[in-house]
Ligand binder design. Structure first.
Ligand code: OAD
Ligand code: ZN
Length: 246
């Protein structure tokens, strides 16, 4: 079966790089983007240019974020996260590349320097001008007091969740680390991603081209199924549950 083959490939691998998308966190209560009921089926994305240009867009972005706070605050790592953390502790996984912003790989036991966050992190905020970090409750307090999204106390530029929006520059350091990981692993496992958002979706292909085996675990077909060595169209928690160890 697919899970047995996955087990063999994991046992044979020297360096496994997991690449995760929103599908790994749905069992933790966080909706994905493109499934029925997903974030982009309910709200249109707010592009970075619009966030910068429009105070109304900033207020709307923060209202959406605050509306999700209970979901993010309550979320705990799922079976997929825990399986990857077990392989990490066993020395099989040097680091995880993620498109997720929910901090759940860190919560499952990955050191933060071993989580490459291509699209940032929504559990804190940053000034888009000088990069100063802010806790979300500071933003919340200011928003409630002033009735509007706050600007940086140092440089007066807008404060935004520390995530990457459409039209925003990809983080240089993360892109370089993801490139190095993709080119040096011998097994690359794409988990819970529709693989439609670039440049993130380029990493599975980059790994395959550099000689790694490619596994895709996703409920639905993806655009890269035909280049993968193994495709498992099944629930992530059920597929990776057997790999949760100590
Ligand atoms: P998507 O919502 O595009 O894809 C998630 C995939 O996970 C879907 O194909 C689902 O079928 C699958 N899935 C969900 N739950 C699953 C489960 N329990 N078991 C198996 N499969 C499951 O999310 P991403 O690919 O992560 O970026 O989206 C990529 C980027 O698009 C995000 O990082 C975000 C978004 O716009 C930005 O906002 C910049
Ligand atoms: Zn600033």
């Amino acid at each position: 079966s697919g899970v047995e083959r996955l087990g063999d490939m994991i046992a044979e691998a020297r360096a496994i790089v997991p690449f995760t998308g929103a599908g790994i966190s749905t069992e933790c209560g966080i909706p994905d983007f493109r499934s029925p009921g997903g974030i982009w089926t309910r709200n249109r994305p707010i592009p970075f240019d619009e966030f910068v240009a429009s105070p109304e867009a900033r207020d709307e972005a923060w209202r959406r974020r605050f509306a999700m706070e209970e979901v993010f605050a309550a979320a705990k790592p799922g079976r997929g996260h825990r399986a990857l953390a077990s392989l990490y502790r066993a020395g099989k996984v040097p680091a995880v590349i993620t498109q997720n912003i929910d901090n759940l790989h860190q919560a499952s036991g990955f050191a933060s320097e071993h989580v490459v966050e291509l699209h940032g992190n929504t559990t804190y905020a940053r000034c888009i001008g000088c990069g100063q970090a802010y806790p979300l409750d500071w933003v919340r307090r200011r928003f409630d007091d002033d009735g509007a999204a706050p600007n940086c106390t140092a440089c007066d530029e807008p404060v935004k969740t520390a995530t990457i929006s459409f039209g925003q520059m990809m983080p240089d350091d993360e892109m370089q680390r993801a490139t190095a990981l993709s080119q040096s692993c011998d097994l690359f496992i794409a988990i819970g991603s529709s693989l439609v958002v670039w440049p993130a979706a380029g990493f599975p292909l980059m790994a395959k081209r550099a000689g790694a085996r490619l596994v895709i675990i996703n409920r639905e077909p993806t655009e890269q199924d035909d280049v993968a060595d193994l495709v498992i169209h099944h629930d992530i928690g059920e597929t990776l549950g057997p790999f949760v160890g100590n």
